[in-house]
Design a protein around this ligand. Structure first.
Ligand SMILES: [Cu+2]
Length: 170
């Protein structure tokens, strides 16, 4: 039921007074149902794709990555902090695998400039790991300047502090 259909029916009914009072409650329900149907889907999608990104206050490429996530449908909250290394370490990322920002998405940690294709793979496959990391700040990665010169290697970060293994290359 489209909203303009409801309007047309309202106009028609306005010309026959005896019908009007009886039918208005039903029309209200239909209009409400139409409204509900159009509003529920985006709200649900938004909930599933929230991201919380911690970064050093001065970090510009981190903002670039936040915008990249937004362009790909994520609702991103950016939190500047001076304790990024500690946040990253607590999330299970060994020091040598840390990137310049740490993002939490749907129960996982996503560290560094990880391309969204691999983020989607993580959120779809939902492996039993802490998250994924693209160490350092590779040239040409999402949010970074420059040309990509070699494949990006994204690592799976185990929950138990074991050594990360390759999760994806792209
Ligand atoms: Cu960066």
């Amino acid at each position: 039921m489209e909203t303009h259909d409801v309007n047309i029916r309202l106009n028609l009914l306005a010309n026959s007074n005896d019908n009007l009072e009886r039918k208005i409650p039903m029309l209200r329900i239909l209009a409400f149902a139409a409204l509900l149907a159009t509003s529920l889907t985006p709200v649900h999608a938004g909930e599933a794709r929230k991201a919380l990104l911690y970064k050093n206050p001065q970090c510009g490429c981190c903002e670039g990555y936040a915008d990249y996530l937004r362009r790909n449908g994520f609702q991103v909250e950016v939190k500047p902090t001076n304790d990024l290394a500690e946040i990253s370490r607590k999330a299970g990322i060994p020091a040598e695998f840390q990137g310049c920002h740490t993002t939490f998405i749907d129960g996982y940690v996503v560290d560094g400039h990880v391309p969204v294709k691999t983020v989607e793979k993580l959120l779809t496959q939902r492996p039993d790991i802490a998250g994924i990391a693209l160490p350092g700040m590779p040239m040409g990665s999402p949010g970074m300047v420059g040309e990509k010169t070699e494949p990006f290697t994204i690592y799976a970060i185990p929950k138990d502090g074991k050594q990360p293994e390759v999760y994806a290359t792209e």
